[in-house]
Write a protein that binds this ligand. Structure first.
Ligand code: COA
Length: 164
């Protein structure tokens, strides 16, 4: 019997952008199920609370039935093992992502040789996007309609006390 193909795409998602969504869509077409794992703790100082990041991410992907949104704590490879998942999906937007991603993939491989990291490129129209730039734009009154799903835009405007 063939096993179902499952992958994990982890991140801070503070907040999810169309760039993340693009990668999620690509993953959905390759895997039977995709676990979107929202990191509970992060060295970053997130704008959105853990619960908000989880709920907004879930809302943003609700049209994708094979995607499950979860929170995880600790090492990603431990979470992957607990779910019997052997593929971690990561996005490579630009050359500048490479060194960080390379280190993380190799450390993860050292710790868990049975788990593979699969890199994909988001479409070029999203390759310059990051959550920080989106937050900066909203804080300064810029329009982020082209960069994030509507539910995220609304949440950002509310956070920064701006009218939609
Ligand atoms: N489109 C748009 N933006 C993207 C993107 C894409 N396709 N892919 C990444 N980004 C952006 C994010 O918005 C984020 O921007 P920001 O720095 O301005 O917030 C940045 O790239 C990196 O974000 P992300 O891909 O979400 O990764 P992360 O660094 O926030 O999360 C974890 C990394 C959570 C997966 C990783 O730290 C982890 O596994 N932590 C658990 C502990 C662990 O196992 N550590 C491993 C030790 S090596």
């Amino acid at each position: 019997m063939s096993q179902s193909r499952i992958a994990i795409y982890a991140g801070t998602f503070d907040p999810l952008t169309w760039g993340h969504y693009d990668l999620i869509r690509r993953s959905v077409s390759l895997f039977d199920r995709l676990i979107l794992a929202v990191a509970r703790s992060t060295p970053k100082d997130p704008l959105f609370s853990t619960k908000e990041r989880e709920e907004l991410t879930r809302e943003a992907v609700k049209d994708l039935p094979t995607v499950e949104v979860v929170l995880f704590e600790g090492l990603l490879i431990n979470y992957a093992r607990s779910r019997h998942v052997r593929v971690l999906v990561r996005g490579l937007r630009a050359f500048s992502d490479f060194e960080y991603e390379f280190q993380m993939a190799l450390i993860n491989r050292k710790l868990a040789p049975e788990i593979e990291t699969l890199f994909m490129m988001p479409s070029e129209e999203h390759s310059y996007l990051s959550s920080s730039r989106v937050k900066e734009l909203v804080a300064l009154g810029g329009d982020v309609s082209d960069f994030v799903p509507p539910v995220i835009r609304t949440a950002l405007l509310r956070k920064y006390n701006r009218a939609g």
